[in-house]
Design a protein around this ligand. Structure first.
Ligand SMILES: [Zn+2]
Length: 343
């Protein structure tokens, strides 16, 4: 969900109102809008009465209008650095063109600067454009006053400058139709080739729509869990729990199976042991997704897309009951064996 500035105008107004009362004059603001699902509002303010600059930041995902003072963080900036930031901002050339990328969902950065008479606005998606290089220094100086945890945003914003944007792009939703059209350019030919081979060999052993995501198990020297998640209209997040993680051969194989509509439901099992809370994190309602058994473990799938092996036998008895099996009752037969062996 995007944090819409217009829709949330009242939040910005409240913050502004509060700061005006404290004698703050806005000189520059940086708004990270739905940036990695975060909404961070950062300001570089001048306090006339004291002739000092301060940096203010608010995490809008955790904001309560009724207790504004508890959610607004203010930090004094040294005179030297204030002058440096002002100096650097003054020489940034104005470029009226926005840098939007419609293959990106969220991850917008809006910079507003009042250093010159005319306010200037710099808006871009995810990465600072190379032609706006002059913004690097002032941004880095301002971020130096923010909590260390916000460095991750800055690293990502500057990714074009150190050539790491591919790394960040891989972990994000992409504009893509899961069901038709060309496969995405992010799959390397070698993954496409190997993925097609896995698919042809019938290695996509499970594929089911679970809530809003498609989950698949692809066998390839071990079981790999692939999640194809249509996060928003026309955008998909795809990943796999193998070492490659993104756009791997397993993901490609699962995509082929999905496009051919070759669904095969996961087994559903119920936990009958007493310590219900033990398995709370793998629950999908009252049952668990399962794709088989390995040794004395039953292989469950967590809702957030991880494989969770659980002990089949607890306190001497089988603690899983099959509530949905395949046509051959494969899982029921296997679990029966465990029951018999333990009696
Ligand atoms: Zn994989």
């Amino acid at each position: 969900m995007l944090f819409n500035r217009d829709k949330n105008k009242s939040v910005f107004d409240k913050v502004n109102e509060y700061l005006v009362k404290k004698g703050h004059e806005l000189v520059m603001s940086i708004y990270l809008s739905n940036y990695n699902n975060n909404n961070i509002y950062i300001r570089f303010d001048y306090i006339k009465k004291l002739s000092v600059y301060k940096i203010v930041w608010v995490d809008l995902n955790f904001f309560d209008e009724k207790h504004i003072e508890d959610f607004i963080n203010v930090q004094m900036v040294t005179k030297y650095l204030s002058m440096k930031i002002a100096e650097k901002m003054m020489i940034v050339e104005y470029d009226n063109s926005y840098s939007y990328d419609d293959s990106i969902i969220g991850d917008r950065v809006e910079i507003l600067s009042y250093f010159k008479e005319e306010p200037r606005e710099y808006v871009f998606d995810r990465f600072l454009p190379l032609e706006w290089k002059q913004l690097i220094d002032p941004l880095a100086m301002i971020f130096a006053y923010l909590p260390r945890s916000m460095e991750v945003f800055l690293n990502e914003i500057f990714a074009k400058f150190d050539g790491t944007e591919e790394k960040f792009n891989y972990t994000k939703p992409v504009k893509f139709d899961l069901f038709e059209g060309d496969s995405i350019k992010m799959f390397r030919p070698i993954s496409i080739e190997a993925g097609t081979r896995l698919y042809d060999a019938g290695n996509v052993t499970f594929l089911e729509k679970v809530k809003d995501k498609y989950m698949a198990i692809v066998e390839d020297r071990g079981s790999h869990l692939v999640v194809l998640d249509p996060v928003s209209d026309g955008y998909v997040l795809m990943w796999c729990n193998c070492k490659a993680n993104y756009y791997c051969k397993h993901t490609y194989a699962a995509l082929l199976a999905l496009r051919k509509k070759e669904f095969k439901c996961f087994y559903k099992v119920k936990y009958t042991g007493r310590e219900e809370t033990l398995l709370e994190k793998v629950t999908i309602g009252s049952f668990y997704l399962c794709f088989g058994v390995d040794g004395d473990k039953i292989l469950l799938v967590t809702e957030d897309g991880a494989i969770y092996p659980a002990d089949i036998i607890q306190k001497g008895k089988c603690v899983f009951e099959v509530i949905e099996d395949d046509d051959d009752c494969s899982l029921s037969k296997i679990l029966k064996e465990y029951d018999i062996n333990n009696k």
